[in-house]
Design a protein around this ligand. Sequence first.
Ligand code: GH3
Ligand code: MG
Length: 455
Amino acid sequence: MEEFDMRDFLETIKDMIFIVNREGKLLYTNTALIEKLGYSHEELTEMHILAMTVPDKMDEAEKAFGDMFVGKRESATLSLVRKDGTLLPGKTRVWHGKWNNEPCIFGIVKDLSKEHRIFPSPSLDTPRIHPEGSGMNWREKPGSPKDTSCELRGKDISKPRVLIVDDQLFNLKLLENALKEDYIVMTAANGVEALEQATGKSQPDIILLDVIMPVMNGYEVCIRLREMPETRDIPVILLTALKNEKNEEYALQLGVVDYITKPFSLPIIKGRIKNHVEQKKYRDRQRENSYMDELTQIANRRKFNESVAIEWNRARRNGSYLSVLMIDADLFKKYNDFYGHLEGDNCLYKIAQTLKLNLKRSSDLVARWGGEEFACILTDTDRIGAILVGERLRKAIVNLNIPSQVSDVDRVVTVSVGAATMLPSDDNSLEELLQKADLALYKAKKSGRNRVCSA
Ligand code: GH3
Ligand code: MG
């Protein structure tokens, strides 16, 4: 007689069989289940058991499976979702066992679709309390979404960041577990939290967004993300149970890069995320190059304009001060005329690099505004703070000790600084802030140069 092979045996059974590990990931599905649900074997591999349940009822399904897995309940009547989105009513019963020497749960699902009765979904059979209560622990998987994002934050900044937005805790966990090896995973339970995370200092490289959520649905989140310059270019993948052409068309009009219907296959979703993140990183690199001033090797005016608009919005949301410094080389025309244009270029490079080196916060930015003029963005900095930074930069340029025989101001190259500060609100504007900084610079020039003035 041939040696007994469990797989061959399971294939002979007409009921649907699945085997999951303690985290709920499918390790094996027999042909009956594959055929009835319409997935391929590959699509089901590693899929989470709950990804086959009705998305809107996932909480109930999670509880039902969880109870069965810890032995509190013997069976549950639950609908499974076929690949084409239709429902397959079934009654699931589970046993504990081992598969490839690992503890796992065997499930057998009886197809109830032929039973001609109104199918309650997902009503549960009489609970049975199991004294041991052993098996899978859904709630105590290591690292809740929040924990994990905190734990990973700052640990590996080279990994791309993915923000998962879903009000279903289970979905968050499912995706988080699938992605945490390759990404820094951020999570949000609703649209408002999602916008907070997306506009924060550590922005995601991609957003996986559920459509149906309380407070603010996925479409509204998309619209808001597209409206704000700082989030406009973050690719968004919509995850939805709404399998319908109109919805998909609408989502694409809103600018989402992909539209995936639930239940989804984890390998496919991972592949799509990888492609979109690679494209985004490529675009980021292109943009970074277009943000660089060639002569001074610091940010250019385009970068300044985009950044200052973003910081203005951020400061307005956070109710924090935003300051700008305008910095201009003193009597530089004379310097050029005396030392020559090449020496002038060299001097501008040194000034730019010194300014950059002397900004301490990662959120501060110095850019070449044009010619021999530079501009700094100082986030979360009040008037006094801005004057202090301006003074530090002015001194740093003096300390560079670049000789200048032609200056009436000093025997070295100097700069004048105009500082302006605002608390962004409905009553003021970014243009006003920049004008104020310009006015302050004019004051510094008029009152003798090599000094900081505030408007
Ligand atoms: P002020 O103190 O009032 O600012 O006097 P200034 O001479 O610096 O101002 P003005 O605007 O009259 O002249 C700016 C000079 O800066 C003109 C130009 O020779 C020089 N300049 C502007 N861009 C560059 C550049 O890219 N390279 C070099 N070498 N010089 C530049
Ligand atoms: Mg000048």
